[in-house]
Design a protein around this ligand. Structure first.
Ligand code: ADP
Ligand code: ADP
Ligand code: ZN
Length: 217
């Protein structure tokens, strides 16, 4: 199963992807997580990406396309993968189509998660992220068992620098301008399904499962 989770920052892509990983035993490919790891390790790519990320701008296509190309070629993506946060531009979507064709693969489902702006702001400003494994929590909607500590790996939870209200507003504009066009892009390819992203994490997971199990588009 080759799946894309599409949606604005805070829609719940990462949260849903991590549940699907456990159910289907296929990897989550999150360009945001990979970029944050590169920033932390101060690799050349991380150093280049950091400025864009702090500003809430997109990292150049060629950088993220390279990341995804490398990741999808790994054996653990053989049974399928969940793309979370990629593609974010039409250029990235075109590059993805080409690289998958080269591997004899294609995208089976694109699930677009809709959440209104006020709720996105509330989710993002309350989000806390694990330094160890990257899992997201919410101080009210999805708190860890022990405050400030990841349930999964015991890592420290922190507030991402780009999860401030100001940077979040910029990221929402970037989404509208550069990423939202992918909704019609994938509708034209007959693989798009849109769902309401409000409700409990479990309810949204059920909606995604219905789409995945229901076959194409
Ligand atoms: P969120 O989970 O809030 O949607 P991500 O973790 O996916 O955010 O992304 C964080 C930042 O990393 C983005 O604001 C952007 O700077 C960069 N980034 C992640 N994925 C991409 C991508 N596919 N193209 C360009 N930049 C990206
Ligand atoms: P994305 O990866 O799309 O940026 P996340 O999965 O990180 O989004 O979710 C953003 C924030 O919203 C996190 O703090 C997460 O705990 C919280 N969240 C996710 N799904 C829901 C939901 N259905 N209801 C309330 N809060 C949610
Ligand atoms: Zn963790």
């Amino acid at each position: 199963m080759n799946l894309i989770l599409l949606g604005p920052p805070g829609a719940g892509k990462g949260t849903q992807a991590k549940i699907l990983v456990k159910k289907f035993d296929i990897p989550q490919v999150s360009t945001g997580d990979i970029l944050r790891a590169a920033v932390k390790d101060q690799t050349p790519m991380g150093i280049r990406a950091k400025g864009y990320m702090d500003e809430g701008a997109l990292v150049p296509d060629e950088v993220v396309v390279g990341i995804v190309e490398e990741r999808l070629a790994k054996p653990d993506c053989g049974k399928g993968f969940i793309l979370d946060g990629f593609p974010r531009t039409v250029g990235q979507a075109d590059a993805l189509k080409k690289m998958l064709a080269g591997l004899g693969k294609s995208i089976e489902h694109v699930v677009s998660i809709d959440v209104d702006k006020e709720e996105l702001l509330e989710r993002i400003t309350g989000r806390r992220t694990c330094r160890g494994c990257g899992r997201g929590y919410h101080i009210v909607f999805d708190p860890p068992h022990v405050q400030g500590t990841c349930d999964g790996c015991g890592g420290e939870l922190y507030l991402r620098e780009d999860d401030s209200e100001e940077t979040m507003r910029k990221r929402l504009d970037v989404y509208e301008q550069q990423t939202a066009p992918l909704i019609s892009y994938y509708a034209d390819e007959s693989v798009l399904r849109s769902i309401q992203g409000t409700g409990s994490i479990e309810d949204i997971q059920q909606k995604i499962l219905v789409i995945i199990k229901g076959g194409k588009g």
